[in-house]
Design a protein around this ligand. Sequence first.
Ligand code: RNT
Ligand code: ZN
Length: 423
Amino acid sequence: MTGKVPIDEAYAHTREMYQSLGVDTDLAMQRLASIQISLHCWQGDDVGGFEQSDPSLSGGGIQATGNYPGKARTADELREDLDKAYSLIPGTHRLNLHASYADTGGMRVERNSLEPRHFSAWIDWARANGHALDFNHTFYSHPLADDGFTLSHRDPAVRQFWIEHGIACRKISAAFGRALGTPCITNLWIPDGYKDIPVDRKAPRERLRASLDEIFIDKADPKYHRDSVESKLFGIGSESYVVGSHEFYLGYAIKNHLILCLDAGHYHPTETISDKISSTLLFVDELLLHVSRGVRWDSDHVVILSDDLQAIAQEILRGGFVDRIHIGLDFFDASINRIAAWVIGTRCMIKALLMALLEPIDRLRSLENDGDYTGRLALLEECKTMPFGVVWDYYCHKQDVPQRLTWMNEVKQYESSVLSKRQ
Ligand code: RNT
Ligand code: ZN
């Protein structure tokens, strides 16, 4: 029900309204159901992972703030929380794992010795629940990353350790892809950089390039495994210089035929990744998006239905890029219910995609091609007051997930029956 009007009736009326604009709402929902979002495991435990290493080594400028009760303490708890989150999100989606989430039954395995078997519980869970897996190397929260450098470290022994980690992760990724029958995207991000002004900006970048060349030396089978690289403008502790800058990885990805990862929180505050999509896709085959929300110095607030998010979704759809863009989420907030954070962020991403799918794009395009910019602006603004919410509710109803805010009842229930018992 939407108020007193049954949902089917409200939808039928709304469908006609969209038809008059030349938009097929049924087709939009059908297309939406085929787009998978990769949920990031690290929202569930504040990017902690399960290595039980020294918690002071959070490192890499990755810092979750807040201490909302009930965070997942084990891989089993994290999977349980993820199951809850997925049950409140329409569609079938992927899981994005980090290497530090290996499920080794308490055994300490060094990062350069990780193997697919250390993730077998994740593979079993993914298979049983129909989630494809994506993966990330973990180049932070580790004694050998404690001084802020990894793959570009001036000590060859430290670089070697991280190169071995890079190679190990690519094998795990290929094993995920083979086990689940869908390519695993493995993303590489390193924290390397200087707090204060360096005098040599060149040498660390040369070392990073050489390390990456070693990690990526074996050409992987793209049916099972694909590599992406992620840049950053600055981080906490690397305010003055980041080795893996945007230009560095844009160049590296083009030259080496890798996927380029664009993180929405990794650019200047007024710079948006939406405008980078159509440019970069002229020169790289595929993109990975880390959909996030930057707020001042933090790059990882929970995704909301902002103009920026809508612009990202519009670019994916308007450009016809659905098959070339992998949508991942990247945020972590420890000050609110962590499952709600996943659900809010993911539902917002899906809402933004639905909104973009409901655009009268052919009409907008012909107005633009006719030079009728007045008509283009008028129609764009008209779209904003179309009854999008009815289509969204109907989509949730058809996908058998709670409509509107009723999903929060389930989160509250789960909080009192499960989360509150974790001390
Ligand atoms: C860090 C990067 C990176 C991380 C994850 C946890 O600034 O955005 O993607 O958020 O590896
Ligand atoms: Zn990111």
